[in-house]
Design a protein around this ligand. Structure first.
Ligand code: FEO
Ligand code: CA
Ligand code: CA
Length: 724
């Protein structure tokens, strides 16, 4: 689920891209739409700009094949996996994590959420444990799972749903505690199945109120000063935790995505702010009076922990030490947590920039080279970013004892870039520092210093002319060849630009079309999303890259000349890719969807893929009724290279993904089943649109249970490696 945000009015070039594409198209060996529709072999690339110098790199295509039977699309309120596989629930929202906490009840009477598994499971990481409790990245029978919690469902967290504002403290305390991150120990039982431990000394809850340090360039910055931290060095909580990343030294990075929605900004606040402040707040989705989620600041007792959710100027100070005008500057980071030490101090790694962080993926660590971190900013028209560490990688750090100090070494000093995609299949990383004249001279916002550039990375990326993308979500790196994959989930604002409206199409975001459902009004834009793929020209700190589009989401029966460009069949078709992850044990690429377009035909799903490599396809010219755009598409997936592996229950999305190092167990998060349940009228079980996982026998409630976000474990019935 995504709260739509559309605050990029930077005007970064898109129409010009189309014109350029028209001029350049004769340079390409033209791949006709007819050839694409007929699924003919890819045309040779001998005439392609930027390709001649690159010899084919080793890839895995052909070595691996998907051996399971593809799962059909499903709208059942059930988890569906291939024959020969079994899915079991491991832990769900509300399950106890500490000694003495009562079992979850189906009637909504579950206080103490800071002692229970949180809600809306999102990103997920596996951290192996040895028998003696020390970190062991190869462990396959004992581990810690770190689970992100993106939003909450007040409808199901309280006995009779949420109260209208002013919100009672008792409800707000449950909701803020059900956010954040859960760390929980899991062990394998004698039957080879994992179960979670409700009394492990490793179990930890991080909530919207946990004390967290500001690390990196923004530590102590004047724009981080709040009533809670006049020194600008601390904040409380991590919220809207979306995708995750496991660092090469064994810690968790959790992405803070739609944090802006939690903060109130009253209508009169604009008059109390400078022009620059007002511009920046609006660019980050907080114009005065913006809609606010949950309204936690309305608790009548005025306690500080509720007041903090009002980001309006309410005090008289010049620097903000008497109110929470800067409180939303404490959210929007990649935040590092050491899962192995529940007492360790959590750090917001501000050098990686502040935006709607989805997930992150590291480049393949190589001794003596810096580390790159690839990240998406998930809102319509936002950017893809790369962070490059100042410190070169030292392999000894992979097993260092003080993991947070290693995190500081690599993540507190580096450079941040935003991506611009060119029509010839190349791209460039644009430096986001004031040393770049396009940043220092940007006429829409005066950056006070380089800390301000990180704090307002979106605006700096506007200034340098980065490419506005179709909602960048997860990123992952192919361990076999280093190719970076980034999902672009969809974009209802992608159009033809100009009089037609919306962002104009460009080479990296080339589709806009009408998508017809059986049961609702048509949707338009890039409705089904795509997956872009890029490779550095040389090292992780290269400022040039090459790219193509690995896959376009589409219904199998959609127009093959403009929509189903990847030629997806009924066993492969999907919409709105969100999670993506190369599994270390299965060696497969797993794609998870957060869909609201194909749901008349199927609930959100997970697919397994054996991708080829960047450049294995062809250039393609798309004709949008007179407006043409040239893009570059990957090879059409064969039946053994892309298959649907799982479909989830009703009104959910499949979010986080992790697996054991041997590839014999998968862990997948199911988020917000039953999200479509009516919010008006009485809360009655027969109105819930999902009863999962109670209806599969997990927890209380049976076939009329309240729906619950949960982590599931999938194993092969013969105990073998999954997928192939
Ligand atoms: Fe939290 Fe962009 O999905
Ligand atoms: Ca999502
Ligand atoms: Ca997501």
């Amino acid at each position: 689920m995504h709260q739509p945000e559309d605050s990029n009015d930077s005007g970064n070039p898109t129409i010009g891209s189309v014109v350029q594409a028209r001029l350049r198209r004769r340079q390409f060996l033209k791949a006709s739409v007819g050839a694409a529709a007929a699924g003919l072999a890819p045309l040779p690339l001998v005439a392609c700009v930027g390709d001649g110098a690159h010899a084919p790199r080793p890839g895995r295509a052909g070595r691996l094949a998907l051996g399971f039977e593809a799962v059909s699309k499903s709208i059942a309120d059930a988890l569906v996996v291939p024959p020969g596989y079994t899915a079991r629930v491991l832990i769900a929202v509300g399950d106890p994590l500490f000694d003495g906490v009562p079992a979850y009840r189906d009637d909504g009477d579950n206080p103490d959420y800071a002692l229970r598994c949180g809600d809306w499971h999102d990103g997920l990481e596996y951290f192996g444990l040895s028998a003696d409790g020390s970190p062991d990245s190869s462990a396959t029978d004992r581990a810690l799972l770190a689970i992100n919690h993106e939003w909450v469902s007040p409808l199901f967290l309280h006995s009779a749903g949420p109260s209208a504002p002013p919100r009672p403290a008792s409800e707000v305390d449950i909701e803020t505690a059900a956010m954040g991150v859960t760390v929980v120990e899991i062990t394998k039982d004698p039957n080879g199945r994992f179960r979670y431990l409700s009394q492990s000394p490793f179990n930890r809850r991080v909530t919207a109120l946990t004390e967290i340090e500001i690390a990196g360039p923004l530590r102590g910055h004047p724009k981080l000063i709040t009533r809670h931290s006049p020194s600008g060095t601390r904040t409380r909580g991590t919220v809207n935790n979306c995708g995750t990343c496991r660092t090469p030294w064994g810690t968790l990075l959790t992405g803070e995505e739609n944090w802006a929605a939690f903060f109130a900004r009253d209508a009169a606040d604009a008059a109390r702010r400078s022009e620059a402040e007002n511009y920046a707040l609006a660019r980050y989705g907080r114009p005065p009076g913006a809609p606010q989620a949950y309204q936690w600041n309305t608790v009548p007792d005025g306690s500080d922990r509720y007041r903090r959710w009002n980001a309006s100027v309410t005090g008289a100070s010049v620097d903000g030490r008497d109110d929470y005008r800067h409180e939303l500057h404490g959210q929007g980071y990649m935040t590092e947590i050491d899962p192995y030490d529940r007492t360790s101090v959590i750090q917001k790694r501000t050098a990686l920039g502040r935006f709607a962080h989805e997930a992150a993926a590291f480049s393949r660590p190589r001794a003596g080279e810096p580390l790159a971190v690839y990240m998406g900013d998930d809102a319509r028209g936002e950017y893809i970013y790369k962070y490059v560490s100042d410190s070169p990688w030292d392999p000894a750090d992979a097993a260092a004892g003080n993991r947070m100090a290693v995190g500081a070494k690599y993540l507190d000093a580096g450079r941040l870039y935003a991506a611009r995609f060119h029509e010839d299949g190349t791209g460039e990383w644009l430096l986001l520092e004031r040393a770049n004249p396009a940043v220092a001279g940007y006429d829409r916002y005066p950056f006070a210093d380089d800390g301000d550039v990180l704090l307002h990375a979106r605006i700096a990326a506007d200034g340098v002319g980065a490419t506005r993308m179709d909602r960048p979500e997860w990123s992952t790196v192919n361990p076999a060849n280093g190719d970076v994959y980034i999902t672009l989930t969809n974009n209802s604002s992608r159009g033809l630009g100009g009089e037609d409206g919306g962002f104009g199409v460009d080479a990296a975001n080339p589709r806009t079309y009408e998508h017809r459902r059986q049961d609702a009004a048509p949707q338009s834009g890039n409705v089904n999303g795509h997956i872009v793929r890029l490779a550095e020209e040389d090292r992780p700190d290269s400022t040039r890259f090459r790219w193509d589009i690995y896959l376009f989401g589409a219904q199998s029966d959609a127009d093959a000349s403009l929509i189903n460009l990847s030629g997806l069949t009924g066993e492969q078709d999907f919409s709105s890719p969100d999670g993506i992850r190369f599994g270390p044990g299965t060696e497969l690429c797993w794609i998870l969807t957060d869909d609201n377009a194909m749901t008349d035909r199927s609930n959100a799903m997970m697919l397994a893929a054996v991708p080829g490599e960047l450049g294995d396809g062809r250039f393609l010219e798309l004709d949008h009724g007179g407006t043409t755009v040239v893009t570059r598409i990957g090879a059409r997936p064969q039946a053994t290279q892309l298959k649907r592996f799982m479909v989830g229950p009703v009104d959910q999305e499949l979010t986080g993904f992790a697996e054991t190092p041997d590839g014999c167990a998968l862990f997948v998060n199911v988020q917000h089943p039953g999200f479509g349940t009516p919010r008006d009228g009485a809360l009655r079980p027969e109105r819930y649109t999902s009863h999962w996982p109670g209806n599969m026998g997990y927890g209380p409630g049976g076939r009329l249970a309240r729906p619950r976000s949960a982590t599931v474990m999938i194993t092969k019935d013969d105990g073998g490696r999954i997928g192939s």
